[in-house]
Design a protein around this ligand. Structure first.
Ligand code: UFG
Length: 319
C-alpha cells in the first residue's frame, strides 16, 4: 500500500514507518520536526518536512494514513491546553478533511490510555468510561469521537490504538536502531536509564503513598516493537464505515519500584532514587485489558517482559 505516516520522525512513528517499509509498503513520512528527528526516518521512506495541516499536498494517491503527529506532554497540556486542542484535535480535523478531499478512506490513530483518566477497575476494557484527567487525554478522546462520527457519516475506515506505557527500542532488518530520544523527557524508563548512563545523579520517584503493593504507581509497559506491529494488523483490520478501538498493553502491571529494580539488574548500576511527592494527575494503577486486540486482530506480544523492554532501551543508548 501507499501510506502516509504523520509524525514518522518521532519515537513510535519511526518504528512503525520502519516496519511498514520492511513489510513492502511505500511509505511517506510527514513530520514538522518540532519533536521528531529527520535521521529517525527509515532509509526506505520518503520524507516530507511539514505539519499535518499540509497533508493535502501529499495525500493524493495514498491508500491510508497512520497518524502519530501530536503534542504528548501531559504536564504541558495542563499549562497550555489551547496548544493541545489546536494541534491534536485541530490538526487531526484538518487531516481528516484533506483525506476526504483526496478520497483516502483509511486511518490508524495513535490514541492513549489517558483517554480513560482515573479508572474504576483494572484491567481497563475499551468499553469502560472515558474521563480524561488532563487536556492531552481530552484532546485524544475528542479525536476518537471525531473518528467515530466520520466513520458513520462518510464511511471512513478507522482504528484507534490506545497505548499504555511504551518503552524499549527497535532494531530494523537493516540493523538500524530506533530509540526514544525526547528533548523533554518525562517518562520513567529513559529517566532511570539516564542515571545509569551518568547523565543524572538520581531519579525521582513520584509518590510512595499510592494504594499499591509498594506505594508507587503501577503501569502496563509494552515494547515498542510489539506496539508497532499492532499498527500493521490494524491497517488490515480497517473496515469502511467502522471505527474500532483497541487497548494496547500487556495486561500486567509493574510498580515504579519494580521497574527501578529491573533497571538496576540490567545496567548493574545502583541508580540512586529520591522519594518525592506525587506528580499531579497520575492515576495509581493503569493496566490494559488487551484481550480485544488479541481476539480480534490476533495480536500477541513477542516481548512481554519489562526486562526485555529495559534491556533493549539500555542497549540502544549511545555511550
Ligand atoms: N515516574 C517517576 N519518575 C520519573 C518519571 C515517571 O516516578 O522520573 C512515574 C510516574 O509518576 C508514573 C510512572 O512513573 O507513576 C510512569 O510515568 P511515565 O511518565 O513514564 O508514564 P505515564 O504513565 O505518566 O504516561 C503514559 C504515557 C502518556 C499517557 C499516560 C496515560 O506516556 O502519554 O501514560 O496516563 F498520557
Amino acid at each position: 500500500m501507499k501510506l502516509l505516516v504523520t509524525g514518522g520522525a518521532g519515537y513510535i512513528g519511526s518504528v512503525v514507518a520502519a516496519q511498514l517499509v520492511e513489510a513492502g509498503h511505500q511509505v511517506t513520512v510527514l513530520d514538522d520536526l518540532s519533536t521528531g528527528h529527520a535521521d529517525a526516518v527509515p532509509a526506505g521512506a520518503r520524507f516530507v518536512e511539514g505539519s499535518v495541516t499540509e497533508a493535502a499536498d501529499v495525500l493524493p494517491g495514498m491508500d491510508g494514513v497512520l497518524h502519530f503527529a501530536a503534542k504528548s506532554l501531559v504536564g504541558e497540556s495542563v499549562e497550555k491546553p489551547g496548544r493541545y486542542w489546536a494541534h491534536n484535535l485541530g490538526g487531526t480535523l484538518a487531516l481528516l478533511d484533506a483525506m476526504r478531499s483526496a478520497e483516502v478512506g483509511r486511518i490508524v490513530f495513535s490514541s492513549t490510555a489517558a483517554t480513560y483518566g482515573e479508572p474504576e477497575r483494572s484491567p481497563i476494557l475499551e468499553t469502560d468510561p472515558t474521563r480524561p484527567a488532563n487536556p492531552y487525554g481530552a484532546s485524544k478522546l475528542a479525536v476518537d469521537t471525531a473518528l467515530s462520527t466520520f466513520a458513520g457519516l462518510y464511511g471512513l475506515a478507522a482504528v484507534s490504538l490506545r497505548y499504555f506505557n511504551v518503552g524499549g527500542a527497535y532494531t530494523g532488518e537493516d540493523g538500524r536502531v530506533y530509540r526514544e530520544r525526547h528533548t523533554v523527557e518525562t517518562h520513567l524508563i529513559p529517566n532511570v536509564l539516564a542515571v545509569a548512563l551518568g547523565g543524572r545523579d538520581s531519579v525521582s520517584v513520584f509518590g510512595t503513598d499510592y494504594p499499591t503493593s509498594d506505594g508507587t504507581c503501577v503501569r502496563d509497559y509494552i515494547h515498542v516493537a510489539d506496539l508497532a506491529r499492532a499498527h500493521l494488523l490494524a491497517l488490515d483490520a480497517c473496515s469502511a464505515g467502522e471505527h474500532k478501538i483497541y487497548n494496547l498493553g500487556n495486561g500486567t502491571g509493574f510498580s515504579v519500584q519494580e521497574v527501578l529494580s529491573v533497571c538496576r539488574e540490567v545496567t548493574g548500576h545502583e541508580i540512586p532514587a529520591v522519594m518525592c511527592e506525587r506528580r499531579a494527575g497520575d492515576p495509581a494503577v493503569l493496566v490494559a485489558s488487551a484481550e480485544k486486540i488479541q481476539r480480534e486482530l490476533g495480536w500477541k506480544p513477542e516481548h512481554p517482559s519489562v526486562r526485555d523492554i529495559v534491556a533493549d532501551a539500555w542497549a540502544a543508548l549511545p555511550r
